[in-house]
Design a protein around this ligand. Sequence first.
Ligand code: GTP
Ligand code: ZN
Length: 364
Amino acid sequence: MSLTPDITEFLARARADLRMGLPVVLVGDKGAGLLMLAAETMAPERLADLRALGDAPVVAITARRAETLKARAYDGDLARVIIPADADIGWVRSVGDPSDDLNRPMKGPLETRRGGGASLYRLAIALAKSARLLPAAVAIALEDPHGFAAARGLTRIDHGGAAPHLTERSPLHPVVSARLPMEVSEAGRLHVFRPEDGGEEHYAIEIGRPDREAPVLARLHSACFTGDLLGSLKCDCGPQLRGALAQMGTEGAGVLLYLNQEGRGIGLANKMRAYSLQDQGFDTVEANHRLGFEDDERDFRLGSDILKSLGFSAVRLLTNNPAKIAMMERTGIAVTERVPLKVGETVHNRGYLATKAAKSGHLL
Ligand SMILES: Nc1nc2c(ncn2[C@@H]2O[C@H](COP(=O)(O)OP(=O)(O)OP(=O)(O)O)[C@@H](O)[C@H]2O)c(=O)[nH]1
Ligand SMILES: [Zn+2]
């Protein structure tokens, strides 16, 4: 019935639960169950309650994180680290959080579980990521997941229904648009787009009245609180944002998409964790990996969705990132020209820009 939450709505609820430190119940296709919490937000007393359920709980982590911890990833893309009986919550958190890797290296070897299906653990990690938490999930098997969830009022997620929603993006809908006179152009307009899944809103800033039949000067900008707002010298985002808008103002037409995918899609808290690791000597890509993330967790398809919704089908794209161009082309937006955007190099971000060129294929 329409008044009952659907899977998208249950997933949104699960994300909120995990951020608060609440457990979520996952149900497999054959009825197997898993109780999960995000390692990062779990309260110490809940670890004791989990242990009381029987079997030793595990921390599920990505293979990226497992590599740093030298833990065997028997499941390929993930590892299930067994929580020893005498381990406390600090130990559990350190499995997921690399902040103390160098100061207080974990005493190994870590024992990891093998055998049995891993799909629910994979779902647990994907959920933690989509909640913008560290990809580390404390989990224990449940025999009667339905009864367990119902008795405690916990959110229950069915694997079959959930899996496609974690890889496919949610449809975006225009909410409102209004005139916004700006320094670069008085003919500015801000459009707000909202996804159906309760996730972040994204924005389009339209300058002038670009012709929908011709390629539009466009920029896909990912949110960077530190660079866009604070004038951080560690990246080039602020100057790129202002440079792109200035060029659109000068040409009299353009569209800048402001995608709320902070920190290449890992969220500000995790980006700051990456910055701490960078201060310990790791580069931007290595830092992401130590945290358990891929180099880049963004979904540029959002950009094509918004451009199409605004009526555009071809762009002159302001970027140095070939992945953005490839994704535009794959999703039906023609890139007729790449317009380079080289601004804001500083002594602090020279290494960052060089790493992006060497490891992420950015054009110099
Ligand atoms: N995880 C992580 N994210 C970072 C770091 N430095 C900057 N970012 C994020 O990287 C993104 C940069 O976005 P963009 O400038 O749109 O993308 P780009 O891939 O550099 O491509 P172009 O600028 O178009 O060439 C923003 O979301 C920043 O918050 C970092 O060291 N670690
Ligand atoms: Zn930045």
